[in-house]
Design a binder for this molecule. Structure first.
Ligand SMILES: [Zn+2]
Ligand SMILES: [Zn+2]
Ligand SMILES: [Zn+2]
Length: 770
């Protein structure tokens, strides 16, 4: 979305970019393109700020990677769009000392030179799956302690052979001080294990036989960089279905690994930004629009116009994918809802009955790191899951924060810790539903505390008393515990990464979060002030019959919403899909629950409103995975382009203004009865939500607003809202480096705690945390 306005981009580039003419290169490129700003070098990397129109900035970022000095190598390249400050020229600024905190690099995808070596018959590393160099290879997943040195990595158990040692000692060699340096003679090796753990093959024949197994339709558990993947031929419907049955994963889309960029373009549309992401050293899973359905098993991503695709990022993956020459499902090696397996014995136990064979190696994985997920939205990158390639790099704040450790939320948990201006966000941990997941959470906390030698004065957690993360924080005696309201944390995380200050209207829309009034919030408009927040407006509340059951069954939410809307004039049975979805007994029980207010908590959840509409238009009555109904509703917007929207009301309430969706629901029911199909109501509903935000923004009067919460993973909703707010003169901000979902909560908790500390230092009363 290029609104010809001037913007500022801030980029941090890490890797072999110092002392190789990188700054003069950036200077010349910026001058040539007429950009204003600066470039600076410090101990943390090369920092660039540049101002221009968005299109020019995008071209600038792409050209940095394409035209960089030949001897430089980018290990990490993150950028954010920020408000312009009005630079008048481009300059090379004096180097300053950066933050003293030692930086732990994420795991880096295989570089082109290492890739060339493993496919070169004459090279001593021909077909060696653990090849790496100073520019690439494992980092975060093998580091046991700092400083980063081989004896403090899981490579310490391998003694380098004389040839490797010579490379390691030679300053002119690409492997000078490459800590995980290894070769066939001295390094880790592969084994193929049967289901009972017996060794079937070793070394290259293990890889070759694993490839044959995949081609034969078997499920292979493969130990990679940060954990195990389950691999299966993505073209083989029976094999993919078998994986779904065994993994107990009904319809949630699987991630795919493709052999090459060329093979990706046969199945999906790839623009320049998406191509950069696929080929980047972060090598995340990129959500791409399908270009056709031919050739892939239907059950890879049922009824889904998007595919989550990544390219090989270790020599092991390169060798395997070259052997196969076709795309594979590469999903986390876990049982649903549990953390990814990292150890052979654990995998044999936990993946027993799921995988047919196990391709393993003897390089220990020190900590689990899942694949990251990125989507391009509104012309920018949006990180939906921050893990491999990004973790544990810091997000930079505008100013220094006090030392805080934040334990995050309950779903998509990640933790965060602030050290000066830097907030280190952990790798994605996951939903803290199971004992192993909670174990992983405790482990990551201990790990972070050790690695960064943290001595935080404050531990921030969610306000929800039942979250395991909150309960963990409550058990700590040595630190001050600060509970932060969920949607306030969402809004602050978006403010923090966009480096903007209050006053701001925080629009936080998600499935649920605990409100200070002990009800379930989820469709919130919070006026963020320097001192805290006020609930300016929220979506009209409704009941969820059966609580958690209603989250899984959009039809239950829809029934409740229809009754709220129509009261005694409820549409007759036989006229709406929602009503058809129940037996008369089921419906009677639910109506009684609603009437008598039994196990039917009230909520203002925007996520549930999506569910209700999905049910009413006949799209989905029961979800097979979290967020499915909302996702499918978004997909319908592809089918119909319309500017139309539905009516709604904005009225005064006891606790802020109320956005009343009842007129919207009435109009949707009319459209459905008029047999308009599902596409038109779905698109008009999205447009209506954007209009609701515009109307509340006008009532509030703040110029700046942040869009946060899981609902803003929805591309149509985000782009439409950004466009409409801009048209009416507002300045919307959304997420970029940090997920809009609960994976971003920890950053917001850090920000809330540091705001509260800053004020308590000034002697002001703390009113932040409800
Ligand atoms: Zn390399
Ligand atoms: Zn060696
Ligand atoms: Zn949330």
């Amino acid at each position: 979305m290029s609104s010809g306005q001037i913007q500022r981009v801030r980029a941090v580039i890490r890797g072999a970019v110092q002392g190789v003419g990188f700054r003069p290169f950036i200077f010349r490129l910026a001058e040539e393109m007429g950009l204003k700003g600066w470039v600076i070098n410090n101990t943390q990397g090369v920092f660039i700020e540049a101002e221009a129109e968005p299109d020019a900035l995008q071209r600038f970022l792409l050209r940095i990677e394409q035209e960089k000095p030949a001897i430089s190598f980018i290990q990490s390249f993150e950028h954010s769009y920020l408000d312009p400050v009005g630079y008048d020229k481009f300059e090379i600024r004096e180097s300053k000392d950066g933050a003293k905190t030692a930086l732990i690099l994420p795991d880096i995808a295989t570089c082109s030179e290492c890739r060339r070596e493993i496919f070169d018959r004459t090279n001593r590393r021909h077909r060696y799956p653990f090849t790496n160099c100073t520019n690439c290879g494992p980092r975060f997943s093998i580091i046991e302690a700092l400083p980063y040195d081989r004896p403090r990595t899981s490579m310490r158990i391998f003694e380098m052979c004389p040839e490797c040692n010579e490379e390691y000692q030679n300053p002119r060699n690409r492997r000078f001080h490459a800590q995980p340096n290894a070769c066939k003679k001295c390094g880790p090796h592969l084994e193929l294990l049967g289901p009972a753990g017996d060794v079937w093959e070793e070394h290259d024949s293990a890889l070759q036989r694993a490839a044959i197994a995949i081609a034969d339709g078997l499920i292979v558990a493969a130990k990679g960089l940060g954990g195990f993947h389950l691999l299966v031929d993505a073209r083989n419907e029976a094999a993919v279905l078998r994986l779904r049955q065994r993994k107990r994963r009904e319809e949630k889309p699987f991630a795919l690994m493709f052999p090459s960029l060329a093979s990706v373009t046969e199945f999906a549309q790839v623009d320049a930004m998406e191509e950069r992401l696929l080929l980047s050293t972060e090598a995340p899973i990129v959500l791409l629009r399908r270009s056709g359905c031919e050739g892939l098993a239907e059950s890879v991503a049922p009824a889904n116009p998007y595919l989550g695709i990544m390219l090989p990022y270790t020599p092991l993956h390169h060798l395997l994918m070259q052997e196969l020459g076709f795309p594979v499902v590469a999903t986390s090696g876990n049982v649903s809802d549990e953390p990814i397996c990292t150890h052979e014995q654990e995998a044999l136990l936990r993946l027993q009955g799921i995988a047919d064979v196990f391709l393993v190696h003897n390089r220990p994985i020190v900590r689990h790191v899942d694949d990251s997920v990125v989507r391009v939205m509104a012309g920018r990158e949006l990180v939906l899951r921050r893990a491999r390639g990004f973790a544990p790099l810091p997000v930079l704040l505008g100013e220094a924060a006090p030392d805080v450790i934040a334990v995050g939320a309950h779903q998509k948990n990640a933790i965060a810790a602030s050290v000066g201006e830097q907030v280190f966000i952990s790798q994605h941990i996951g939903d803290l539903e199971t004992v192993p997941a909670y174990g992983a959470f405790e482990q990551v906390l201990a790990d972070f505390t050790d690695l960064y030698e943290l001595h935080p004065a404050v531990m921030a957690c969610d306000l929800h008393p039942d979250y395991f993360s909150t309960q963990y924080a409550r058990k700590q005696c040595a630190v001050e515990v600060m509970a932060v309201q969920h949607h306030y944390a969402h809004a602050l995380s978006c403010m923090a990464e966009n480096q903007i200050e209050a006053p701001v209207l925080g629009i936080a829309w998600d499935g649920s979060g605990y409100g200070p009034d002990k009800t379930v919030w989820g469709g919130e408009f919070l006026r963020i002030t320097p001192g805290g927040f006020e609930r300016f407006a929220h979506l009209r509340t409704f009941r969820l019959p059966g609580g958690e059951r209603a989250v899984k069954e959009p039809r239950r939410v829809a029934l409740s919403i229809l009754r709220e809307t129509f009261g005694a004039d409820m549409p007759k049975a036989g006229t709406l899909a929602t009503l058809e979805a129940f037996s008369s007994d089921e419906r009677r029980v639910l109506e009684e629950m609603l009437d008598r207010e039994i196990r039917s908590p009230r909520t203002s959840s925007a996520g549930r409103l999506f569910d209700a509409v999905a049910s009413i238009i006949g799209l989905r009555q029961v979800c097979r995975f979290e967020g499915q109904a909302a996702m499918e509703l978004e997909f319908l917007t592809h089918e119909v382009a319309t500017e139309a929207s539905y009516p709604f009301d904005l009225v005064d309430g006891d606790d802020g203004m109320i956005v009343d969706w009842a007129p919207t629901i009435r109009a949707i029911v009319e459209d459905v009865r008029g047999s308009l199909g599902a596409g038109i109501p779905a698109t008009k509903f999205h447009n209506t939500l954007a209009e609701m935000m515009v109307r509340v923004a006008k009532a509030c009067g703040e110029e700046k607003m942040v869009l946060s919460g899981g609902c803003f993973q929805n591309r149509y909703l985000t782009e439409r809202t950004v466009k409409r707010l801009r048209e009416d003169g507002f300045r919307p901000y959304w997420h970029q480096r940090v997920p809009p979902n609960d994976g971003g909560i920890a950053l917001g908790q850090v920000a809330a705690a540091s705001r509260a500390r800053a004020r308590s230092k000034k002697g002001e009363r703390q009113t932040v945390c409800a």
